[in-house]
Design a protein around this ligand. Structure first.
Ligand SMILES: Nc1ncnc2c1ncn2[C@@H]1O[C@H](COP(=O)(O)OP(=O)(O)OP(=O)(O)O)[C@@H](O)[C@H]1O
Ligand SMILES: [Mg+2]
Length: 469
């Protein structure tokens, strides 16, 4: 039972409620039956008494005998008393010495012409319903005797106890049935929970391949799905992290090897011409820039992880920012023979945000566009819509497969690992850019077609207070 804690608790509650309902229902039925029998019996005794007193109205001996006989047939006892309460005659198994059912108060009532009814238990504990009536004489002048009719409840009591036995029996049956059903329900309920416990324990110790196979479409099913998703996320996170560390060490090692080698060449003057020396220095310069870029990205990321990034927001002019970013990237685009066009709408409202960060985001998108486009053009749009202002960067590059689109914003994610290494990327740019943008209340969207090109769009909600430039 310890294994099935939830099932046990639930079962206990349901069972208690069930027992409570069953008991009160049983008691109610028992009470109903008892009352019904009692009322029936009492009415019967009353009717018999009326009957007998009517028969006894003309008191002659033959009628009396007949009456006593009748009483025997009817399974009741009758007792004649005089006005002093003494027994004149009786039928059945009445013990004449036990006359406690004849109470002096009742005798008075009877001899003033009224009926009496009571319950009485004899010395042996047998219960009787008793009804008594005065026997009016023919002259109706005075009452000389009264008639008691005593009816034993023995038969009735045994009927009632039979009913009771039946009730208890069916109650026990229903209880056992409920116990069985509850046990099954508890099993059904607790099995998936136990499975979840086992799987989450496995995940916790690093077995990220563990999955749940629960397919119900209720709360338990959705919890299982959430656990599976969590495991998938963890798995992906672990994989990308491992890959990242592998990449990082590679990325770091390559420039460092170059730096070491070429600086040694220059230091030891192992070159023939000044031109050659400049070439080597150029490589050293390029590689240090590359290292700087990588280290900057890593720092940025670390700061974001700790939530330590601080924005200095103000009203910024996106036109200026776009111009600056495009100017900075122009050279790279020219080097690759790519045309860089801007389409800037005339009046763009000011946006509340961090100018430098926004420029950083845009440069990131432009760098990607240049990096992943071999020929064609790059178009930059700055336009406004009724509810937002957007900057879109469109290229005619290699594109991104559709199923990888949601993943490119993840840290360290690169489409085709060789692709970015070739281009010198680490897969951090977009994740940093997206986070920076979201910190400012903006959002980033992407659409892409393989071989045709990619379009990144960054949106800023229009602020009512934004003034037009
Ligand atoms: N304009 C684009 N066209 C095609 N693929 C792109 C484009 N922009 C991004 N990608 C793909 O998305 C991946 C993630 O981009 P991201 O900018 O995060 O990293 P990166 O460019 O590889 O490295 P980093 O920007 O950190 O130097 C890239 O590796 C690239 O495969
Ligand atoms: Mg990039």
């Amino acid at each position: 039972m310890r294994r099935n804690r939830i099932g046990f608790k639930l079962g206990l509650v349901i069972l208690s409620v069930f027992v409570l309902v069953l008991t009160s229902l049983g008691l109610a039925i028992d009470r109903m039956f008892t009352n019904f029998y009692n009322t029936e019996k009492r009415t019967e005794v009353d009717e018999l008494t009326t009957h007998f007193t009517m028969m006894a109205e003309s008191p002659n001996i033959s009628t009396d005998r007949m009456l006593l006989k009748f009483a025997d047939f009817s399974n009741v006892s009758i007792v004649y008393i005089d006005e002093k309460g003494n027994i004149q005659a009786h039928s059945g198994e009445i013990d004449p010495s036990d006359t406690s059912f004849i109470r002096s108060g009742d005798v008075k009532t009877l001899f003033t012409g009224n009926a009496v009814s009571l319950e009485y238990t004899n010395k042996d504990g047998e219960r009787y319903f008793v009804a008594a009536r005065p026997i009016p004489t023919e002259s109706e002048q005075e009452i000389t005797s009264s008639l008691y009719v005593l009816s034993s409840t023995k038969h009735m009591d045994s009927s009632i106890s039979a009913v009771r036995k039946l009730l208890v029996l069916s109650g026990v049956g229903a209880f056992l049935l409920a116990l069985g059903i509850i046990w099954i329900i508890a099993q059904i309920l607790s099995r998936p929970l136990l499975q979840m416990r086992d799987v989450t324990r496995k995940i916790a110790v690093g077995d990220l391949d563990a999955r749940l196979s629960i397919n119900s479409n209720d709360e338990i099913g959705s919890l299982a799905e959430a656990i599976n998703n969590l495991a998938e996320d963890l798995q992906r996170y672990r994989d990308t992290r491992q890959e990242f560390f592998a990449n990082i060490s590679h990325e770091l090692r390559t420039p460092i090897t170059y730096l070491e080698g070429y600086s040694k060449v220059v230091k030891d003057r192992l070159y023939d011409t000044d031109e050659e020396r400049d070439q080597y220095l150029d490589i050293i310069h390029q590689e240090s820039l590359r290292l700087q870029h990588l280290v900057n990205d890593l720092f940025e990321l670390a700061k974001m992880e700790e939530g330590k990034i601080s924005l200095s927001s103000e009203w910024i002019d996106l036109t200026e920012i776009t111009d600056n970013a495009v100017r900075k990237i122009q050279l790279k685009a020219n080097d690759k023979g790519l045309q860089l066009n801007t389409h800037i709408s005339r009046s763009i409202p000011l946006i509340y945000g961090d100018g430098l960060r926004t420029e950083q985001v845009l440069i990131n998108l432009l760098e990607n566009a240049v990096r992943y486009t071999e020929k064609g053009e790059i178009n930059v749009y700055l336009q406004e819509e009724p509810t937002y202002v957007y900057i879109a960067v469109e290229d005619t590059g290699i594109g991104i497969p559709e199923d990888e689109l949601p993943l490119i914003f993840e840290r360290f994610y690169r489409v085709e690992k060789s692709r970015s290494r070739l281009h010198g990327g680490t897969g951090l740019g977009l994740s940093i850019a997206k986070r920076l943008l979201e910190l400012q209340g903006g959002e980033m969207l992407v659409t892409s077609t393989i071989g045709i090109g990619t379009r990144f769009e960054i949106r800023f909600m229009r602020d009512e207070q934004g003034e037009h430039t």
